[in-house]
Write a protein that binds this ligand. Structure first.
Ligand SMILES: *Cc1c(COP(=O)(O)O)cnc(C)c1O
Length: 374
């Protein structure tokens, strides 16, 4: 395998909910969900039933034809968000790639050539393809890979900086809660001012909900915390419940922007992945999201009292910990003691399955407290 990940010397073999087991039979509490993917944990019965049922009917259908799970998922996504149309891909990067292409076409259709700029924020993460990497506002990831896609700039998360960069802009791309770079929620005043500015200038606001979407923050999508609607929304990670899927949602303004031939994907909208996603999304009800908020409050209250925790950030069950010492070292110690956590640069990142039980939360928190104390 390519050496792109520095893997821990552990092979995960099976699991139930937020408890996983490696090939040696050692158990772990899972505070990482396979990077915010396994929303209902491992071995979720309803998800498995939906996937297996579809698997025994038809496994792949080309996008020259319809398939019911794809339609059902598109309808559900639109119904829950107010979006008008959905493009399906296979990953977060593909969803963002689609969003940025659509934004450029929207602007071309309306204003002609010359309005191509895409503005993203410093500290953001939008994917590893060249276009999405260009939009990722982290210099360290840009080394080696230029030349980049022209007319893509990253600015600080303040409205003055966005306005100053806005000449010839067609879109602004944000994560309401920045994940990979440190689990930081954007300031509400900034997001609202940005929404107003984008509307005034007919610049499309794209919300990247790849990580903070699908119930993760205690709302169905992260932007709901800000009382705004995007023009385009992208999501992936948790949506598939474990199978690869990405979605790019178009709201009213740009629902007709992409036309036959403009964009595509061979595997995008695979019926098995879509059937799994329908099962996930239909269970992210208001009642369930209230439970997520309760779990978030419970975990945050405990974490704030731990020795070695300087600050708790993020929203809902997307939790960042500013800690004394190295986050990588803490993640390694946790693993040894039977707890999986992620890092986000210098922070510890906690994104457990949303259906994690109180017992699992307590077991994981006990291990984490021990590690942090030392
Ligand atoms: C993970 C992530 C992506 C990229 O998703 P992939 O499925 O790895 O391509 C994009 N945006 C955000 C906010 C992410 O967290």
């Amino acid at each position: 395998m390519a050496e792109t990940f520095s893997r821990f010397p552990v092979a995960i073999e099976r699991g139930e909910g937020a408890t996983l087991c490696d090939s040696e039979g050692k158990a772990y509490i899972d505070f990482g969900s396979g990077i915010a993917v396994n929303i209902f944990g491992a071995n979720d019965e309803k998800w498995k039933a939906a996937v297996c049922d579809q698997l025994s009917r038809i496994q792949h259908v080309s996008n020259y034809y319809y398939s019911e799970p794809q339609l059902e998922l598109a309808e559900l996504l639109c119904f829950r968000t107010g979006a008008k149309r959905v493009f399906f891909g296979n990953s977060g990067a593909e969803a963002n790639e689609c969003a940025m292409k659509a934004a450029r076409k929207y602007s071309f259709d309306k204003y002609g050539e010359g309005r191509k700029k895409i503005i993203s924020l410093n500290g953001s993460f939008h994917g590893r393809t060249l276009f999405t990497l260009t939009a990722t506002g982290q210099e360290a990831m840009h080394r080696y890979f230029g030349p980049f896609v022209p007319e893509v700039v990253s600015v600080d998360a303040n409205i003055g900086a966005v306005k100053a960069a806005s000449e010839n802009a067609c879109a602004v791309l944000i994560e309401c809660v920045q994940g990979e770079s440190g689990v930081e929620a954007l300031d509400a005043g900034f997001v609202q001012a940005l929404r107003a500015f984008c509307t005034e200038r007919d610049i499309l606001l794209i919300c990247d909900e790849v990580q903070c979407g699908n119930g993760r923050t205690g709302k169905l999508y992260g932007y709901e915390h800000y009382g705004i609607l995007p023009d385009i929304m992208t999501t992936a990670k948790g949506l598939g419940g474990g199978l690869p899927i990405g979605a790019c949602l178009f709201f009213e303004k740009c629902e007709h922007t992409l036309q036959p031939g403009d964009h595509g994907s061979t595997f995008g909208g695979n019926p098995v992945c879509c059937a799994g996603a329908v099962s996930i999304l239909s269970r992210l009800t208001e009642d369930f999201l209230l439970e997520v908020q309760g779990k978030s409050e419970y975990m945050r209250a405990k974490l704030k009292g731990f020795d070695g925790v300087k600050r708790v950030s993020g929203l809902g069950l997307m939790i960042g910990l500013e800690v004394d010492g190295s986050s990588k070292e803490i993640a390694k110690k946790c693993l040894e003691k039977g707890l999986l956590v992620l890092t986000a640069h210098e922070k510890v990142r906690i994104v457990p399955p949303l259906n994690i039980t109180k017992t699992e939360m307590d077991e994981g928190l006990t291990i984490l407290r021990e590690v942090l104390r030392k």
